[in-house]
Write a protein that binds this ligand. Structure first.
Ligand code: SF4
Ligand code: FES
Length: 149
């Protein structure tokens, strides 16, 4: 199976700086904030625009983007290959939330098959952006473990 290309991963709103473009799909962001913790000078929800990739080295920005577990963030590094997927696919259920998946992914969406390297998939059944999680599980109080009472 081939790995995703830069075109596959360049999804969402583009934020460009010398050497790198960061792409952000707000509908897939679950506000886990690993980006904000990783580089607060680049990912600052209080700033406009909230992503300012020029505030760090392009490689450092890319490294933090790779920590985004939901795939809301992607990047294209100028003149370089697309982000390589993890060799081994991992699926990690988050408590009372989605399935976090990393690997060489082909995701069946209403818009057709999408190649990806990271995704959070809905398992509560309430997302308006299926198959992706959109955070609705928290609003409806969905529990992954049945109440023992
Ligand atoms: S790491 Fe990804 S999911 Fe988390 S706040 Fe940043 S963009 Fe959103
Ligand atoms: S698991 Fe998050 S919306 Fe369904």
């Amino acid at each position: 199976m081939t790995t995703p290309t830069t075109e596959d991963l360049a999804q969402g709103k583009a934020y460009t700086a010398p050497g790198i473009t960061v792409y952000y799909d707000a509908r897939r962001c679950l506000h886990v904030a690993s980006c904000v913790r990783g580089l607060p000078g680049v990912f600052d929800p209080a700033a406009r625009p909230w992503i300012r990739p020029a505030n760090a080295e392009a490689d450092a920005v890319a490294a933090v983007v790779r920590t985004c577990p939901t795939g809301a963030l992607h990047y294209v590094l100028e003149g370089q290959e697309a982000e390589m997927p993890d060799e081994i696919t991992t699926i990690t259920p988050s408590p009372d939330g989605p399935l976090m998946i990393r690997g060489n992914l082909v995701i069946d969406t209403p818009g057709g098959e999408k190649k990806d390297v990271r995704a959070a998939l809905c398992r509560c059944g309430h997302s308006s952006n299926k198959p992706y999680c959109d955070g609705t599980h928290a609003k409806v109080g969905w529990k992954s473990t049945p109440d023992p009472s």
